[in-house]
Ligand binder design. Structure first.
Ligand code: GLY
Ligand code: MN
Ligand code: MN
Length: 411
């Protein structure tokens, strides 16, 4: 699987190039303590390896393609303190890469290829150079800039679009892992609803979700949002440290990650077990918007088209429940987008305004947030685009009002 992916990527790379992908390094937190290491997802996608400080290199010339993996040498002292590093044979076994070397030879290896091939031809260094923030350091860019100081003719090319195009279309193995993450998320949400009672604290509710995730050998896809009442009208509320009030709606936005594949689900339920008439009215509109997205989505549409459909729908529906008065617009009650791609990252890699195609997995997450009334509702499912529409991967997670009330009644 990893080999197939590497070959597909290699075919898109320019001739006379070296391509570097790095697994990354954990950042320092405080003193001598590091943040937990989290592997670069493209590196993982092409190798199946999740260890720190590994480098994947492709060399492509007119006459040959070469794939080399660089690992860290074994360190017996470190092995005693924090455990051993990945060994060459293990790395070969998991990734299928035969040529495994040590990272301390990385720069000399690059210099050798540039000397060999770059003197006669244009030579290109390729890497993923995208980053959310302009001034964040990106290790591969530092390496390339250093190389260019000694080889000013070398070109640098960003191949983030090449890797993104591949990662956007999920294969059967990826879908299966996402289904597992979604199924554990379902169990976690049920545990929260089961435990829900008047005056429960948000973080206690959150702990029921955490217990299920750990019990199922999964991780968190992202920081859980567990927001009661008015807190649910803050989009990325993450403190989860308030006590709920009887009658509050609780909005949970959470997900398990299984083998790095993420679920991203939102559900909203009444902490005491029953919706008020007003809560139900608002909830039903969000639920209809959520279902409408699944009905209209087709390959060729963009996530922006989907969001426009939701805004149009709200435009019609909100006046019927007394909203959109005094110059208020839909965007006063719903200001995010309805979809993003999902996969190895929760907000997965994507290309701006790229039409959807079969095999894409996106979220479907309309919401309504009424700060004055202390009501926030979001319903988020994970859907896979097919030839003629979509399949809802999270269809088993309850969201009908009657179903939720019946479940809470019997808890
Ligand atoms: N959990 C973040 C999102 O739904 O996009
Ligand atoms: Mn979410
Ligand atoms: Mn989402």
């Amino acid at each position: 699987m990893y080999q197939e992916r590497r070959e597909k990527l290699l075919a898109t790379l320019p001739e006379n190039s070296i391509t570097i992908l790095m697994s990354g390094k954990a950042a320092y937190n405080i003193g001598d303590e590091r943040h937990p290491f989290d592997v670069d997802r493209s590196f993982f996608y092409y190798t199946g390896l999740d260890n720190e400080n590994l480098v994947l290199m492709f060399v492509k010339t007119a006459r040959m393609n070469q794939t080399i993996l660089f690992i860290e040498p074994f360190d017996p002292v470190q092995a005693k303190w924090v455990g051993g590093k990945i060994l060459a044979d293990e790395a070969r076994e998991i990734s299928g890469i035969k040529d495994v070397r040590y990272v301390d030879s990385l720069k000399d290896t690059i210099a050798m290829y540039i000397n060999h091939y770059g003197k006669l031809n244009q030579f290109t260094l390729c890497g993923e150079l995208s980053k959310q923030e302009y001034d964040q350091p990106w290790p591969v860019a530092d390496l390339f800039n250093e190389i260019r100081r000694y080889n000013p003719d070398v070109q640098i090319r960003n191949i983030a679009a090449n890797t993104t195009r591949m990662r956007l279309v999920k294969d059967a193995d990826e879908i299966e892992k996402m289904r597992k993450a979604i199924s554990v998320t379902n169990a976690g949400i049920k545990a929260m609803m089961q435990a829900s009672r008047d005056y429960i604290w948000e973080n206690e509710l959150e702990a029921y979700f955490d217990f299920v995730l750990k019990s199922e050998q999964t991780e968190h896809a992202f920081h859980t949002i567990c927001a009661g009442g008015k807190n649910a009208t803050v989009l990325h509320y993450g403190k989860n440290n308030q006590q709920t009030k009887p009658g509050d709606l609780v909005l949970v936005d959470l997900g398990a990650a299984y083998k790095y594949y993420n679920a991203d689900i939102s559900r909203t339920f009444p902490v005491s077990g029953k919706f008020t008439d007003r809560q139900r009215e608002i909830y039903e509109i969000v639920l209809r918007a959520n279902k409408m997205v699944m009905e209209v989505v087709r390959p060729g549409m963009t996530t922006r088209d989907l969001n426009n459909k939701v805004i149009e729908f709200y435009q019609q529906e909100l006046p019927k429940i007394g909203l959109l008065q005094d110059g208020k617009t839909v965007r006063d009650y719903y200001w995010h987008g309805v979809s993003h791609h999902l996969g190895l990252e929760t907000h997965d890699v994507s290309l701006f305004d790229e039409p959807l195609q079969p095999g894409n997995v996106i979220t479907d997450e309309p919401g309504l947030y009424l700060e004055d009334e202390g009501i926030g509702v979001r319903i988020e499912d994970d859907i896979m685009i097919t030839e003629d529409g979509c399949i809802c991967l999270s269809e088993n997670i309850m969201k009908e009002v009657d179903e939720i009330e019946a479940f809470m009644q019997n808890r």
